[in-house]
Design a protein around this ligand. Structure first.
Ligand code: MG
Length: 155
């Protein structure tokens, strides 16, 4: 068994759609990035790549590559999952925490888990999404950013 950790943070700005865990969430701001800036997908990618000792998301999908401009991060996640499975690993479970002051993400947790489970082609009871605020502290607390942290176990 091999465990990996992933972390990502992106800046919240006006005029961008908010996409978290592959779910489009109606909100006044969205995350700024070269791709769709889905921090949940990016943290999961890094946890999987970390567990497999296959580098990180920036190595495989550089933000200087025009191919990944506004990329759907679910597509990137599917590519990472294929790499990991092609190497002979199976994904035992994924656990992710999203850090956001707003919007409230609890109503979207189950939908995110369902969308991610489908994209990864794994059972929904092997993936868990949690949401928390940072109690108003720091860049996340002042709604300047949203972050995600993830662990993944490979067998
Ligand atoms: Mg990112």
């Amino acid at each position: 068994m091999r465990v990996g950790i992933g972390y990502d943070i992106h800046r919240l700005v006006a005029g961008r759609p908010l996409v978290l865990g592959g779910v489009r969430i109606d909100f006044s701001k969205g995350l700024l990035g070269h791709s769709d800036a889905d921090v949940v997908c990016h943290a999961i990618c890094d946890a999987l790549l970390g567990a497999a000792a296959m580098g990180d998301i920036g190595l495989h999908f550089p933000d200087t590559d025009p191919a990944y401009k506004d990329a759907d991060s679910l597509v990137l996640l599917k590519k990472v999952v294929r790499m990991v499975r092609d190497y002979g690993y199976e994904i035992e479970n994924i656990d992710c925490t999203v850090f956001a002051e707003a919007p409230k993400l609890a109503p979207f947790r189950a939908e995110m888990a369902a969308v991610l489970a489908k994209a990864i082609a794994m059972a929904e009871n092997r993936i868990n999404i949690k949401a928390t605020t940072t109690e108003g502290l720091g860049a996340i607390g002042s709604s300047e950013a949203i972050a995600a942290m993830c662990v993944a176990l490979l067998v």
